[in-house]
Write a protein that binds this ligand. Structure first.
Ligand code: XBP
Ligand code: MG
Length: 260
């Protein structure tokens, strides 16, 4: 039985917007400074730390591998929780300044999908407040467009585990083959794939060199009329920006590939 495309499931960080280098990283550093810690995550170090998804998990990994000086008299779990709360406050304040826009084609594709009755959801590793803040300051009306916003600690295992996609599918009552995921990273792609959801990848400077084997299509961005995308892997025919028509084509190709 051929399954029709019913829904788009979007990752947030790196996919809806380029939030990592100038958003999350800056907010982590502000939280470290505020706590009086002499820690600093450079652009390069942060690229390495991105292998670990989840901010709390990323701080713990940093402490365990880089062994920075720790404040006396506080256990690591409560230090991480305190730093991460401060980081979320700094990050949402940064978004409120409006300096982090949606990536090319995101708003157009969301509008096109909505007009055509394609259902919309979010499956992300980041904290729920961060998703709300991003949408509020870039496309406020879209907050009601996403019928499920699955985020952060709602599932125990973060990407690349499939849990957040499985949770989203369950909430929507959909099968994985009825959806198309949008991701920017290998961890995100593996999460979608392990849940059985075909995925389109739009890379960014932190993820460009990662392994995207098995992706339905890999692009530099979704493109706009007048701002063509570059196809890095897969087939986009004569399309120069990512439309619903191309989504249906890519989805059908991906399902045909799964059947082989
Ligand atoms: C995003 C992440 C998140 C953010 C930080 O991954 O890994 O950890 O960097 O967010 P993905 P929090 O795009 O694959 O969902 O600090 O709120 O965890
Ligand atoms: Mg991402």
């Amino acid at each position: 039985m051929r399954m029709e495309l019913q829904a788009f499931i979007f990752d947030v960080d790196g996919t809806l917007a380029d939030t990592e280098r100038d958003g999350h990283r800056v907010a982590f550093n502000a939280a470290f400074a505020e706590a009086g810690l002499d820690w600093h995550w450079s652009v390069e170090l942060y690229g390495q730390l991105l292998a670990i998804t989840g901010g709390k998990e990323r701080i713990r990994h940093f402490v365990q591998t880089c062994q920075p000086p720790l404040p006396a008299g506080e256990d690591l779990t409560s230090l991480i929780a305190r730093l991460h709360q401060a980081k979320t406050r700094h990050y949402t304040a940064l978004l409120a300044q409006g300096g982090i826009p949606l990536r090319p084609g995101v708003k157009r594709l969301l509008q096109e999908a909505r007009a055509a009755g394609i259902r919309l959801a979010i499956a992300t590793t980041t904290t729920p407040e961060n998703v709300t803040a991003l949408l509020e300051h870039t496309l406020p009306e879209s907050l009601s467009w996403f019928e499920v916003i699955a985020a952060g600690d709602i599932v125990p295992a973060k990407k690349p585990a499939p849990d957040i996609y499985c949770y989203t599918l369950e909430q929507m009552g959909l099968r994985p083959q009825e959806c198309l995921a949008f991701e920017d990273s290998e961890n995100g792609l593996r999460s979608a794939q392990q849940a059985g959801v075909p995925a389109v990848v739009t890379v960014n400077n932190y993820t460009r060199e990662q392994d995207f084997s098995g992706a339905a299509l890999v692009l530099d961005h979704l493109g706009e009329p007048g701002l063509p995308f570059q196809v890095l892997a897969g087939r986009a025919g004569s399309h120069s920006h990512f439309t619903l028509e191309l989504a249906r084509q890519v989805h059908a190709q991906a399902l045909a590939g799964q059947e082989k």
